[in-house]
Design a protein around this ligand. Structure first.
Ligand code: C5P
Length: 222
């Protein structure tokens, strides 16, 4: 029986969410998707008509919003001020605006506090994001940094969305690149592997192979 914290960080389009969910099931662990929290904060910003690049207004808006993320009976639940936004957080409008919102230090402090409180009671948990091993849970039992070649990540994301049109796939690749650059170069909690993270490159591995590898790393405490 696994006990402890598994952190799963890495850029967009590595299959991180799908791997993290499957690993949590295999380990009998709780699961937290921190990206969903930054996406929910972005919904609050857009709903208030605030410019995502206006850091002060973003901090104020998110500071007064209630953000709840969890899983109920296998269904993802994401609420902003009590309103279900689970579908909306995956849309293009939110995906385009989420990086500047999540670069605001006050937003990060607020959501990191909430993330630590959410996992505090769990004996076993898998937490997915960009800064979990470096900032949120620096003492985690097992830290994984999941990567894949950029072309492969764009192809996988296109597959998920059912896109086949070449121009659409190219636009998606550009969006992934832009988001990774933004997330990696921000001053507060940039995307990078923790010093003690195990890097898993999924370029040539299918999802099940990645899940097997992460589960076996977690069971041997990495
Ligand atoms: O993982 P997902 O693609 O849903 O994350 C959306 C965005 O939220 C990322 O591009 C990043 O800007 C932000 N994020 C973050 N820190 C986390 C999780 C997500 O800054 N721990």
């Amino acid at each position: 029986q696994f006990q402890g914290q598994v952190t799963l960080d890495g850029p967009s389009g590595t299959g991180k969410s799908s791997v993290a969910r499957a690993v949590a099931v295999r380990l009998g662990a709780a699961y937290l998707d921190t990206g969903a929290m930054y996406r929910a904060a972005t919904v609050a910003v857009l709903t208030a008509g605030v410019d995502p690049e206006d850091a002060d207004a973003v901090a104020r808006t998110v500071g007064s919003a209630s953000i709840e993320v969890g899983t109920t009976a296998g269904e993802e639940r994401v609420l902003v001020d009590g309103v279900d936004v689970a579908a909306r957080i995956r849309g293009g409008e939110v995906t385009r605006a989420v990086s500047p919102v999540s670069a605001v230090p006050a937003v990060r402090r607020q959501l990191v506090d909430q993330q630590r409180a959410l996992v505090a009671g769990a004996a076993a948990v898998v937490v997915e994001g960009r800064d979990i091993g470096t900032v949120v849970l620096p003492d985690a039992t097992c830290k994984i940094y999941l990567t894949a070649a950029p072309e492969v990540r764009a192809q996988r994301r296109a597959g998920q969305l059912g896109l086949t049109d070449e121009a659409e796939v190219a636009a998606l690749a550009a969006d992934l690149r832009r988001r990774d650059e933004y997330d990696s170069s921000r001053a507060d909690s940039p995307l990078r592997p923790a010093g003690d993270a195990v890097v898993v490159d999924s370029t040539d591995l299918d999802r099940d192979a990645v899940v097997d590898r992460v589960v076996s790393l977690a069971l041997t405490a990495c």
